[in-house]
Design a protein around this ligand. Sequence first.
Ligand SMILES: [Zn+2]
Length: 201
Amino acid sequence: MLGSTERVWGRLFETQGATYRPTTLVFYSGGTQAGCGFASASAGPFYCPADSRIYLDTAFFDELANRFGAPGDFAQAYVIAHEVGHHIQALEGTLGQVQRAQRQLSEREANALQVKVELQADCYAGVWAAQDRNLLEPGDAEAGLRAAAAVGDDTLQKASQGEVVPEAFTHGSAAERQAWLKRGLASGDPAQCDTIGGALR
Ligand SMILES: [Zn+2]
């Protein structure tokens, strides 16, 4: 699956006259030392810009299937493709710009900007899937959309604290996450994933 993201993003970068540098996927169990500090299973999957690697706890896919009700290969692929989306953002320079901007913002504004970053990564995940259609089986897109809804901030907040606090969203609501994944899936075009727009200018 990671090989497929390399082919797709390699091609897309090439059409822009750029060269894609692949990311590395690090599977770990319990905890591991990452370039961004210690990674523990409770952190969930994440991308570390400092070492350009994706960290994924092996237990997360079980959690995705059982606790979040999103089983299946494509739900897992969506999670990885989302993290690859962050890698694309790092290569594009967006992640660095966002981090610099967030230092000047209030917590609420910084969270709102973070949501835009996450939604773009969801859209990029859709772009990858759209560009490698022969990897998709019937029902896969729906499974991915279910996973996107399951990891929406409102869904997670409701499950953990019984209420929804939109100001504390850092990934976007279930509806937003589904909408941006769909947009990527429908277009296969990274240019359609500009969630950030003027927010950095
Ligand atoms: Zn993310």
